[in-house]
Structure formats: structure tokens, C-alpha cells
Design a protein around this ligand. Structure first.
Ligand code: IPD
Ligand code: CA
Ligand code: CA
Length: 255
């Protein structure tokens, strides 16, 4: 299954790279966009997965006939994480596929077609970037690169997000905001960054990348410390164990 998912993600990347003049539509606000490619890529992935695993359930960001069941074998898919970047050719977007067995993620794949970077993980076996093992850093917070996410359509999260961003900017080395939560998480997994937070994410934003963080030796949870939810929107903090512990010990989770 692992090889199948990686192959499907790479094929989906070809569609993303072939895109020209994406037809852009607003979802529920002018800041929440979807393109014809989000839908096309998701449909491609859905068909491939259901052909290979006919009894599986499919949960994707963009589809209308969504099957929300998270029992048995299920796939959680974000066809393009970083749609606003995609629309503007900012070239920081990724295809995310997680395989979940009875509610537990078993495989995660995040593919950045622009840099041909395939991040992957298998539960209990480790995490890789293009086939080479990856591991989180051991940087303390003071030396950390902190990635933050801010969906620009959740107005109720802005004050909290930027209060926390300011506090972490003072405590850490520097901040980054890529526009792709999945890539932020994978950058923590491979040690390019050290901590990532976002006040509200959907399961497809973090399901695949969260397993990659965990298998790379990192920690991931909600701000409360509860496990990341695969069925509902939730806050996410992910980091190397050292920075993760400091985040909680110094009370950033309740700021
Ligand atoms: C978004 C990106 C962004 C994050 C948002 C997500 P999308 O996903 O991951 O970095 O801040 O919360 O919704 O909409 O581009 O798939
Ligand atoms: Ca997303
Ligand atoms: Ca998306």
C-alpha cells in the first residue's frame, strides 16, 4: 500500500505541474479559494485509491459525495495543500494522502511537486524524504525556527494566533509562514524547522504530515495536549521533543 500511495501522489504532482490558468472560485469567502485543479487532483486520487482498495472509505477536502466513515481502511486526502500559493504560482503546495486503519494513521505521504520532494512515513517504521531517513532537530526554543499557520477566513483565531506568534517570535530564533501546513509539518519532521503551530486545522491538513512528524521523532498534539483529531477541526502544535516540552512548560499553549 505504501508504494501505491507514493506513486499516486507523484502522479497527482504531474497534474499540479501541468496547471495553467487555474479556474479560481471562492468557497464561502473571498479568502477561501478552490480551483479546478483541487477538484481534478482529488478526483484522480479518489479513483486510483478506490480502484486499488475498493472497500476503503475516502475523506477529501473537496468532494461532495464525502464518506466520513473512519472505520476500517480510510484515506484522508488534501489534493492541494496551499491553494492560495498554487493560485499565485508561489510554488509552495503539496499533495497529502494518509491511510488510516480503524482511526489510526498507518501511512502518510506529502509530495511537493515543485521541488520533487516526497515526504513519507509508515507507522512504526520511520519517516523519509525521497527514500532517505529523516529526523527532527534537537533545537531548544531559543534556537528554533517556528512555522505558523493562519487560515485567513477564521477571524475568531486571529488575535490568539498573532499573540502567540509575537510571544514565540520573542522566544525563538525566527518565524516562518509558508502557506502550506503540511509542508510546515514536514519541515519540522526533517529538521529544517523546529516547531509549527496553527489555531485551527482540518484533518486533511495534518493527517499525513502528522504521522511523518511522529515517525521522525517529533511530537504532535492539540494545544490542550490532547491527540490531534482526525474527525474534527482542531489546534495543532508539532515540534521536536525539546521545543515541544518548552512550549507547554512555559505556558505558550494557554497564552
Ligand atoms: C491551508 C494551508 C494553510 C493553512 C490553512 C489551510 P489549503 O490549506 O495549509 O497553510 O494556514 O489553515 O487551510 O486550504 O490551502 O488546502
Ligand atoms: Ca489544506
Ligand atoms: Ca486543500
Amino acid at each position: 500500500m505504501f508504494e501505491t500511495i507514493k506513486s499516486i501522489a507523484r502522479q497527482a504532482g504531474v497534474i499540479v505541474l501541468s496547471a495553467d490558468a487555474p479556474g479560481v472560485h471562492e468557497k464561502d469567502s473571498r479568502r477561501n479559494l478552490v480551483t479546478q485543479y483541487d477538484i481534478q487532483v482529488q478526483e484522480f486520487i479518489r479513483r486510483q485509491l478506490l480502484a486499488a482498495y475498493p472497500a476503503s472509505h475516502f475523506i477529501g477536502e473537496e468532494n461532495n459525495a464525502q464518506d466520513d466513515a473512519l472505520h476500517g481502511l480510510a484515506f484522508i486526502v488534501d489534493p492541494i495543500d496551499g491553494t492560495a500559493n498554487f493560485v499565485r504560482s508561489y510554488r509552495a503546495s503539496a499533495i497529502c494522502i494518509a491511510a488510516v486503519q480503524d482511526g489510526v494513521p498507518t501511512c502518510g505521504v506529502v509530495y511537493d511537486p515543485y521541488t520533487n520532494s516526497l515526504f513519507s512515513a509508515q507507522k512504526g517504521h520511520g519517516a523519509w524524504l525521497n527514500g532517505l531517513p529523516i529526523h527532527v532537530s534537537d533545537m531548544p526554543l531559543a534556537e528554533s525556527i517556528v512555522c505558523l499557520g493562519t487560515a485567513s477566513y477564521y477571524a475568531d483565531t486571529f488575535d490568539h494566533t498573532f499573540r502567540l506568534a509575537r510571544a514565540l517570535f520573542d522566544a525563538a530564533m525566527d518565524l516562518r509562514r509558508s502557506g502550506s501546513a503540511a509542508l510546515d509539518l514536514c519541515y519540522v519532521a526533517c529538521g529544517r524547522a523546529d516547531l509549527m503551530f496553527e489555531a485551527r486545522l482540518c484533518p486533511w491538513d495534518h493527517a499525513a504530515a502528522g504521522l511523518i512528524v511522529a515517525e521522525a521523532g517529533g511530537r504532535i498534539s492539540q494545544f490542550s495536549g490532547a491527540p490531534a483529531s482526525l474527525t474534527e477541526k482542531c489546534s495543532i502544535i508539532a515540534a521536536n521533543p525539546h521545543a515541544w516540552q518548552e512550549f507547554f512548560d512555559r505556558g505558550f499553549n494557554v497564552l
